[in-house]
Design a binder for this molecule. Structure first.
Ligand code: NAP
Length: 214
């Protein structure tokens, strides 16, 4: 590799999109985003709370403004983190392909986009809208919880995708992802403590707004 190519590589902007429902956002999400930022040399990580997740029809999820505010509260202390309302303000169902195309249209030519999300969500990626185009537009960083079966993920994805596509999905082990939003909601419902599982500002927001009680 010549010196000019090395300089170009160094100049290439790398942006992370952190996609999730964030109901609620917790330390596992924050550690995932920060680990990905540092490991993949991302200039910034933009948190994108889902608007209307197409795979959650009929499931109860918290009001989108509450999820947005919790995400803003949780990320405000990190200068490399931003929050986008793009999926919240876009009418209709929230498809990752629309979000990725939106950010691509705002980015400089030659920039690289990384979509960070949970490996359990990636397990279903073959059913996402325009999956092949999506894998051509960005690289996925799949955060795994301890004990996650990477072989099963690979086998499932290879049923419908090529090895080239699979190379665009990079697993990232994040022990802090032992924390889960489902578990936090259950704990609040049962009156159990959630202290230290999520930022104190988010914990206070949950109690003040009476979230997850019913
Ligand atoms: P989900 O089904 O609620 O979560 C699946 C798993 O992934 C859970 O274990 C979840 O843990 C974890 N997870 C979710 N977001 C994460 C993140 N950013 N970092 C680490 N772990 C994460 O998934 P979801 O939140 O609704 O969707 C995840 C992303 O995939 C969103 O951006 C969504 O828009 C996208 N998606 C797109 C399509 C599509 O385009 N058709 C379909 C499905 C999902 P927690 O519960 O603890 O967060």
């Amino acid at each position: 590799m010549g010196i000019n190519e090395i300089i170009n590589l160094q100049r290439k902007k790398r942006i992370g999109i952190m996609g999730g429902t964030f109901d609620p956002i917790h330390q596992g999400h924050l550690v995932t985003a920060e680990t990905a930022r540092s490991k993949f040399l991302l200039e910034k990580v933009i948190f994108v709370p889902s608007g209307q997740p197409p795979h959650k029809k009929g499931k109860v999820i918290s009001n989108k403004e509450a999820r947005y505010l919790m995400t803003v509260l949780a990320t405000s202390g990190n200068p490399y983190f931003e929050v986008s309302r793009v999926e919240l303000d876009r009418p209709g169902e929230s498809y990752a392909i629309d979000t990725v195309k939106y950010f691509r249209s705002k980015m400089e030519e030659g920039s690289e986009l990384f979509f960070i999300t949970g490996a359990d969500a990636i397990l279903e990626i073959v059913n996402w809208k325009s999956v092949e185009e999506l894998l051509e537009c960005c690289t996925f960083i799949a955060a795994t919880r301890p004990g996650f079966d990477l072989g099963a993920l690979r086998d499932k994805l290879l049923e419908k995708l090529t090895v080239n596509h699979l190379q665009k999905i990079i697993p990232l082990e994040v022990p802090a992802m032992a924390i889960s939003s489902t578990d936090i909601r259950e704990k609040v419902k049962k009156g159990l403590t959630i202290k230290y599982l999520l930022p104190v500002e988010v914990e206070n927001f949950i109690y003040k707004n009476n979230l997850y009680k019913n």
